[in-house]
Design a binder for this molecule. Structure first.
Ligand code: ATP
Length: 233
C-alpha cells in the first residue's frame, strides 16, 4: 500500500536518510527498529510531510505523495502517533480526542468514534473529564493513540509508544496494536523494544546510520542475529 523508494531526506544541509526503501503492506504491521539516531523518526516525519524529501519517492497506492503537505496526508488516511505523545496537557482527555477529528469530514462521526475509543481504552472513559496533563505516561500514550484513531485512518504510524512505560502498560499497548491490525489497519511501528515489536509484526526493518540494513519477514527474524546487527557499528 505504501512504498518508500530510495528516499533521501534530512534537515537543511544535513542528509539523514540514504536511499531508504521499504514497503508497508496493506493490513499488515511493519516494525522499524534501530538504535538512537538511526533515522527512524526522520523517516516517519518524511512520510507525514514534516521533513522535506531530497530524492526518491513515497508512493501511496502507486501515486507519489512525497512532498505533499501534512494536512493532505491526513486526508489520504494516514495518522501519526508522535514520539513523546504530544498531547494537549491543558485540555481534558475528551477534548484531546475530539481534536483528532478536527477536520470537517470527521465531525459528523465524533460521537461514534468517541464511543469506540472508550470501548478500546476503558481507562480513558473513566478519565474523560480529567486534564490530560495529570495522566500517567501509559494513559497519555493511550490518549495519543485514541486521538489518532479519531480520524479513522487506514494507515497508523506509531513512533516509540513504549518509551518510558512500565512492562504491564507496554503489554497492554501491544495488545491494542494487535487488535488494530486485526481490524484491517495498516500499521507502521517504530520501536526500540525489539522482542515485543517483532512479536507483533509481519515484517521487520532494521535501520542504522540512515540506511536499511535488514529487511525480513517477522517469522524469519532471529532475535540474536538482530541484536548482533543492532549493536554493530
Ligand atoms: P531516536 O530513537 O533517538 O529518536 P531515530 O532513529 O528516530 O532516533 P532521528 O530522530 O530520525 O533518529 O534522528 C536521525 C538523525 O537526524 C540524528 O543524527 C539527529 O541528530 C538528526 N536530527 C533529528 N532532528 C533534527 C533536526 N531537527 N535538525 C537537525 N538534525 C536533526
Amino acid at each position: 500500500m505504501v512504498e518508500v523508494d530510495a528516499l533521501r531526506a534530512g534537515y537543511g544541509a544535513i542528509n539523514v536518510l540514504w536511499d531508504v526503501s521499504m514497503q508497508f503492506a496493506e493490513g499488515r504491521l511493519t516494525t522499524i527498529i534501530g538504535p538512537n539516531g538511526a533515522g527512524k523518526t526522520t523517516l516517519l516525519r518524511a512520510l507525514m510531510g514534516l521533513v522535506p524529501v531530497g530524492a526518491g519517492a513515497i508512493r501511496l497506492a502507486g501515486r507519489n505523495i512525497a512532498g505533499t503537505p501534512t494536512w493532505r496526508m491526513a486526508d489520504a488516511g494516514i495518522a501519526m502517533v508522535p514520539e513523546g505523545r504530544m498531547i494537549f496537557r491543558d485540555m481534558t482527555v475528551e477534548e484531546n480526542l475530539i481534536m483528532g477529528a478536527f477536520a470537517r469530514a470527521h465531525r459528523p462521526h465524533v460521537k461514534e468514534r468517541l464511543a469506540s475509543s472508550y470501548e478500546m481504552f476503558p481507562r480513558l472513559a473513566e478519565r474523560r473529564r480529567q486534564l490530560a496533563g495529570s495522566l500517567s505516561g501509559g494513559e497519555a500514550q493511550m490518549v495519543a493513540m485514541a486521538r489518532a484513531l479519531m480520524a479513522d485512518p487506514r494507515i497508523l504510524v506509531v513512533d516509540e509508544p513504549s518509551l518510558g512505560l512500565a512492562p504491564i502498560v507496554v503489554a497492554e499497548l501491544f495488545g491494542i496494536l494487535a487488535r488494530l491490525k486485526a481490524e484491517g489497519r495498516t500499521i507502521v511501528l517504530v520501536e526500540q523494544n525489539t522482542a515485543q515489536a517483532v512479536g507483533v509484526a509481519d515484517h521487520v526493518y532494521l535501520m542504522q546510520g540512515g540506511r536499511v540494513v535488514l529487511s525480513q519477514a517477522a517469522t524469519d527474524v532471529r532475535l540474536e542475529e538482530l541484536h548482533a546487527l543492532y549493536f554493530a557499528r
